[in-house]
Design a protein around this ligand. Structure first.
Ligand code: SF4
Ligand code: SF4
Length: 203
């Protein structure tokens, strides 16, 4: 599979990705650290901005294997971690008056890469693995910046971002695996605070 050279996109700041009721902004360890350092937050303050979204029905291990960001074991059940949302669906950090993100410099990888997602193709004959880039389903669904009228994307920029994203996700998923194993083996109390502390300790 080759890289798609025909992707067209330009953010027109419609705000849909920040205000969609059904969009959860997944946060991985690097996002938590970036926001924590950018806003100079304590553990308790980080807990104020994060939601631990517990599944109604715990996913099977096969379902978990297919997830880009696996959930973590918590005291209340298996949960995704994401930025909190306001009751109207807006992201916690969306500034309604200015119609923009209030933490743009520190925003999570999910927001940096939207409306794209990446896959990686490892080829042992090649020095560097190949990155493929696609529109996400949500992007196709509501991003106003996708369309023939927009310029083709700067592939070099996006592929670089894709590589960084895949590297960060891989590190994050190792962390989650370790956490979930520690919970299973009763080596740690699976509180939200302990999980954030584990992330803080990565620095
Ligand atoms: S962090 Fe910023 S860019 Fe990301 S969804 Fe929230 S308001 Fe939008
Ligand atoms: S939905 Fe697309 S165009 Fe609208 S703010 Fe998000 S990235 Fe930009």
């Amino acid at each position: 599979m080759g890289i798609n050279y025909k992707l067209r996109f330009e953010c027109v700041r419609c705000g849909n990705c920040c205000t969609d009721l059904n969009t959860l902004v997944n946060t991985i360890y690097i996002d938590v650290l970036r926001i924590k350092n950018g806003l100079n937050l304590t553990i308790d303050e980080v807990l104020e901005i994060l939601g631990f979204y517990v599944f109604d029905q715990a996913p099977s291990s096969k379902e978990i294997d297919r997830m880009v960001v696996p959930p973590i074991q918590t005291e209340r059940g298996v949960a995704f971690i994401g930025l909190k949302k306001k009751p109207n669906g807006q992201c916690f950090f969306y500034d309604e008056t200015k119609e923009r993100c209030s933490i743009y410099t520190f925003r999570p990888g999910f927001c940096r890469t939207f409306p794209f997602t990446f896959t990686i193709l490892n080829d042992k004959n090649k020095k560097e693995s190949e990155i493929n880039i696609f529109y996400t389903e949500k992007g196709i669904q509501y991003c106003r910046g996708i369309g023939e009228e927009y310029p083709t994307i700067d592939l070099e920029h996006w592929i670089k971002l894709g590589r960084e994203t895949i590297r960060d996700l891989s590190k994050n998923n190792q962390l989650i695996k370790k956490w979930n194993n520690s919970v299973k083996n009763k080596q740690i109390i699976p509180s939200a605070k302990n999980f954030i502390l584990t992330i803080f300790n990565l620095e």
